[in-house]
Every structure is written in structure tokens, then in C-alpha cells.
Design a protein around this ligand. Sequence first.
Ligand SMILES: Nc1nc2c(c(=O)[nH]1)N[C@H]1C(S)=C(S)[C@@H](COP(=O)(O)O)O[C@H]1N2
Ligand SMILES: [Mo]
Length: 429
Amino acid sequence: MSSHPSDESRYDRTRLTQWYRGRARSAGIERRALLRLLASASVTLPVAAHTPTAGAAEPTARTGAPGAAPAPGIVKPLPSDVFTVRGTNAETTFASLRSTGLHTPADHFFVRNHTTTPRIDADEWRLTVWGSGLTGEPLSLGYDELRALPSVTRTAFVECAGNGRSFYTTQQNQQVTGTAWTLGAIGVGRWRGVRLADVLRRAGISRHAVDVMPRGLDDEVISEGVNLGRVRRPLPVAKALDDVLLAYEMNGEPLPPDHGFPVRLIVPSWVGVSNIKWLGDIEVSDVPLYSAWNTDLYRLFGTDYPAGGSAPLTRQSLKSAFELEPGATLTAHRREVLTGRSWSGGAPVTSVDISTDGGVHWRRARLRDAPLRGSWVRWSAEWVPRDRGPAVLLARATDSSGRRQPEVAVPNTQGYLFDAVVRHPVTVV
Ligand SMILES: Nc1nc2c(c(=O)[nH]1)N[C@H]1C(S)=C(S)[C@@H](COP(=O)(O)O)O[C@H]1N2
Ligand SMILES: [Mo]
């Protein structure tokens, strides 16, 4: 197979019909409707046909455990005590993290899919690095070649920019668009991989390069009838050469299919969409690059922002969550250990304050982890509830730059980067 993307698409196209038979079955689409789709221009896309068996069997494989809720296009089981399915996505129930450590196990890690999880054969997979920002020809690397390069391991969260979005509506009475996440669109992984900087240097990045755009191998995204192409979002060269990883392991195991197997990007501290899964190619450009994901999406729009929107989003916001069901029932006069986590894409979280009376009184929680950039800290606080009836718990984090979670988040039309203190209702009986 040649290393250039345009050749890849020809290669892929020969398998398109075969692939779509499988895709259609998994998506519940009639074959006839499918052939109609195939005839239309919008789906002549290079999908993840790097799998020799990408026909009937692979994409339909669903190994849902008994009791698992079905989610279109997610491979792993989604037990209802761990996940809430939201469209093509699955949110982690924060209460279920109480039994987990600093790193989120793969079976608890939230999934955000624009379309469906592709099944990719690592033996067939190649990464192509190409574009006007290279001094020479494209670089093509196979899975084993990538794994043979020097690796680094680091802890980092992946958090959707829309995490906490539903609170713009439920706490602030604002209408926003997008998936109505509560606070579970985050997970912290221990990622092993190759520094993007090393691969870019090997590819011969030129000093005129300005943007680096990784692109996924999952289906093209059709939004309101418009084909946005495959998921891709440019990174400025400065970030790309800093701390970004081409990760092939999560928590000591090969990446699971839903989290980007065989290789994904890890862009520490930045909005989730930067962490491109199922990486297929990386364009290195000597002019700025655009995609829907850094123009119409993942900027802040609204009355508090410039007419064209804010600059493209980079770092995640400051947040806190209790490892407790909203509306949980607690027993009066019994000692409770309230636990939770706080995190930020800005500076590391250095202190967390707790209120059990709706914000009248506050006290320090005990931090159970050292502050770590790009990760969360776990915390706990004891509470003996006295008064029976409803109560509101609050957790408010402060980071090492002195930034503290506000009472109200500045709204934006797409509900990104919520950062206000979340009101967590409980009942004492
Ligand atoms: N190729 C590809 N990469 C992707 C996405 C996607 O749909 N396709 N979703 C992005 C978004 S919006 C988020 S929040 C994270 C979610 O990563 P996870 O599913 O491993 O939790 O992946 C990002 N990378
Ligand atoms: Mo996201």
C-alpha cells in the first residue's frame, strides 16, 4: 500500500460495499436503503477498511454482557450501573468511580463517538504523516514500527469539552445544544506511546510548519445533512511538539477498540476532541488548517463572546464531582465519608472545599493525591448529617494559579467548559 492518503482512499473504496453491508446490519439499516446511500456522494468515504474482514462480521460484533444497555456503535459492555447511554455516547456514572483508583479502568471509561467504533486490524494499519509542513516525502509507519520507537508513559485525563453541559440548563436555566452530559464525560488513563514530537521530527517537520492535523479512521460525520468529513482538528505546532503522545496502551493494555485502537492521540489538559482516536494520518501544514472542529464547533459563541466566536478551545475547565448518586439517601446521625474528584486543564488542583448545607458553611476536604497537572485529585470529607430532609452538597476546587470554581458559569451556545460549582441534592432520613 502506498503511503499517500489519496491512494489509501482508492484502496478503501474497493471495500466500501462490503464494509457497508456490515455497518448497515449493526446500525439496523436496510440493505436497500444502504445501496441508495452508497449511490449518493456523501458516503463515498474512506472508512476504516484497513480490516481485511471489515465486511459482515466485524462491525456487528457486540459482546454486550447480560443486562448491558445497547448503545449504537460502542463495542464494550455498558452495564447500567456504570454507564448512561446518550446517543452514540456513554457517560460514566460518577458514583461508580468510588471503587476505582486514580486511573479509570477501561470498563468504566466514558465513550464519546461521533459515529461508531471501527474495528481496525493493527497488522494492516499504517499511520501517514504528510503535508506542506514537511521538508520531504510523507512518512508511513506501521504498528510494530511505531511500538519499536522510544516510548513514554504518563497519566492524563480525557474529558469532553461538553462535560457538565446539562448544568447550564438545570442550574442556570440556559438552553444549549449538544449531548446533555452531567459530570461523567471524563476518565483518567495511564497512557503509553511515542511522543508526537519524535514522529514529526522523524517525518522531517520544517520550520515553516504551523499546524498539525490528526485525523481518525472512523466514518465521516454527517451533521444536519452536511458532510463534515472525518473527525480531525488542527493543533498548533507548539502544542504538537510539547507533550502530545501517539498512545497505543491504556492502563498497561493495548487500547480497547472504543478508545482508539490501535493508536490515538493524547493531548494533555486539552478539550477531549483533540485526542483523536483511531488515528490514520497526520497532516503537517505550513498554512493554518481548519475543520468544523475548530471553526463552528469547539469555540465559545454567545452574547459574552466576539461575533465570530472565541479562539478555538484548548484547555479544559476546573470541575469537581461527588462519587455519589444525585438524590442519594443518607442516614441521620451516621458518619458518612463523602468522596469525590476535582480536576482542571489549567493548573493542578491544590484544595477542595465542601459544603453540606447548600453553600452556607464550607470546610476543607482531605486530598488523597498529590496535585498533578492534567489529572484529577481524589478527596474525602466526613459528614454526620443531623437534620432530616433534603440537603444540597457542594464541592469547590481551587487550583495552584489561585483560580476557584465560580458560582455561575459564563454561558455559551454550545454549552462547553462548564466550571461552576454543581449542586448535588441528597435526602437525609
Ligand atoms: N476519530 C475520532 N476521535 C475522537 C472522537 C471521534 O468521534 N472520532 N471523539 C472525540 C471526543 S469529542 C472526545 S470527548 C474523545 C473521547 O474519548 P473516549 O471515547 O476514549 O473517552 O475522543 C475524541 N476523539
Ligand atoms: Mo468531546
